[in-house]
Design a protein. Structure first.
Lengths: 72, 360
């Protein structure tokens, strides 16, 4: 979340990817660094360690959401 | 029970601190009416003895335990859980007297299963053993305050833990049954899943075990079992140096899911960890923790029986599960004890509706 906000502050469009379990923490970090509406997309939890096939499915599910966020 | 007098709550608190009746933190003053209400919540007679707590061999009456619960900040809803936890540590198999007095760093870990988790608000997820959860914090603290004031466990005189560990303030959680792919631990121990049950085990501070999962690697579950077993069989732990004691493992839900996906259940996970938890005689012989003669040409089982390892699901999902090594000493090698939580004896006390915010 913090990385995405730092990148955004450099003028580069960014979207943070946050899993369900860490969504409240994402909200907290976004508020705490002064960008509560920082763009983010919700992922199921867990993603790490779930295998290439599963990660490809998740990526397929969220790709459009990422594009939409970047287009504003 | 001794009655103290003070002109106000601040003076009462200072008096309790001066008498060594606290854990060093402020307590709720156990006034007569607060203790009486907590006793009512147990559904038991105030003079009823739950047994003796060592090393002081103090008579743990319901009233004294209720005073500890008030001091710890418990709600009346927590009282039956505190009673069950006290009964567990009083059981001779727990070796409370020796555990309180040892130089080792060991403290009771309270694991709650069943519907009591819900009515108490016991947390089993992210940070369940950390700050922020009232039921977890106050129930564990109530047991500690009873161990101090009834059992007489005071640091430097009767509690000789060389350094201690933070879990000696409080260490209580609910198993995260809702996010576990397995049957709850108390069902594995032979209880009905709808029963509310407390399991208490004396353990070291929790030790984080990193397990990076990879669904594309079929060796992941075996490697996880190996890592957990290694953490429990390090020559630096009493489980390797003294052996044949008790220990516990808290699997986080992600790791539990990996095991379930591989066809494991809690019993097979437990058995596999115990089977792998061996220490080589050569490693022991070179360590500083050896007591007695060691054959460097053989290996030693850290656990005598699979039942000597508790396995449950708790914590947030992620890279880390946790092991709790133990002391492995005392007449019974500090066994885990499981006690049902009795709630049928408690009567309905309408006044409790207002106690939470106005009095406690």
């Amino acid at each position: 979340m913090r990385d995405g906000i730092r990148i955004a502050r450099r003028g580069v469009p960014s979207v943070s990817l946050v899993t369900d379990e860490f969504w409240p923490q994402g909200d907290f970090v976004a508020r705490s660094v002064g960008m509560p509406d920082a763009p983010r997309v919700r992922l199921p939890h867990p993603v790490a360690g779930t295998g290439v096939e599963r990660m490809a499915l998740v990526a397929g599910d969220i790709a459009q959401a990422i594009i939409d966020q970047l287009k504003g | 029970m001794t009655t103290l007098e003070a002109t106000n709550e601040y003076e009462a608190l200072e008096q309790l601190h001066a008498l060594g009746c606290t854990d060093g933190l402020p307590v709720v003053i156990p006034t007569a009416d607060r203790v009486e209400r907590m006793v009512l919540a147990t559904g038991l007679d105030p003079d009823m003895s739950l047994g003796t707590m060592g090393p002081n061999q103090g008579d743990c009456t319901v009233e004294k335990l209720a005073a500890a619960a008030v001091m710890a900040g418990c709600l009346p809803d927590h009282a039956p859980v505190v009673v069950a936890a006290a009964r567990a540590v009083i059981d001779p198999r727990f070796d409370l007297t020796e555990m309180q007095a040892t130089t080792h760093a060991i403290a009771p870990l309270i694991i709650v299963n069943g519907p009591a988790r819900d009515w108490c608000g016991l947390h089993g997820g992210f940070g369940a053993l950390g700050p922020g959860y009232r039921a977890n914090a106050s129930i564990g603290r109530a047991l500690r305050l009873a161990m101090i004031n009834v059992g007489g466990g005071r640091s430097g005189t009767s509690d000789m833990a060389l350094l201690g560990h933070p879990g000696k303030f409080t260490m209580c959680l609910g198993e995260d049954e809702d996010n576990s792919p397995f049957v709850p631990m108390h069902q594995m121990l032979g209880h009905d899943p709808n029963d509310s049950v407390v399991t208490v085990v004396g353990v070291d501070a929790p030790q984080s075990v990193i397990c990076v999962t990879d669904a594309d690697d079929p060796t992941t579950p075996d490697r996880m079992l190996g890592s957990l077993a290694t953490a429990l069989s390090s020559v630096t732990t009493n489980n390797a140096a003294l052996r044949h004691g008790q220990a516990a493992v808290a699997l986080n839900p992600d790791h539990a899911a990996v095991f379930a996906e591989a066809g494991h259940d809690l019993v097979s996970v437990r058995d596999a960890i115990v089977e792998r938890a061996q220490v080589s005689g050569a490693a022991l012989a070179q360590s500083a923790g050896v007591m007695g003669k060691i054959d460097p040409d053989r290996s030693y089982d850290c656990f005598e029986r699979p039942e000597d390892l508790l396995v449950f699901v708790a914590g947030g999902g992620g890279l880390y599960s946790v092991v709790f090594p133990s002391w492995c000493a005392g007449p019974h090698r500090n066994r885990a004890v499981t006690v049902p939580i009795e709630v049928g004896q408690a009567c309905e006390i309408p006044a409790f509706v207002n106690l939470r915010s106005e009095h406690l």
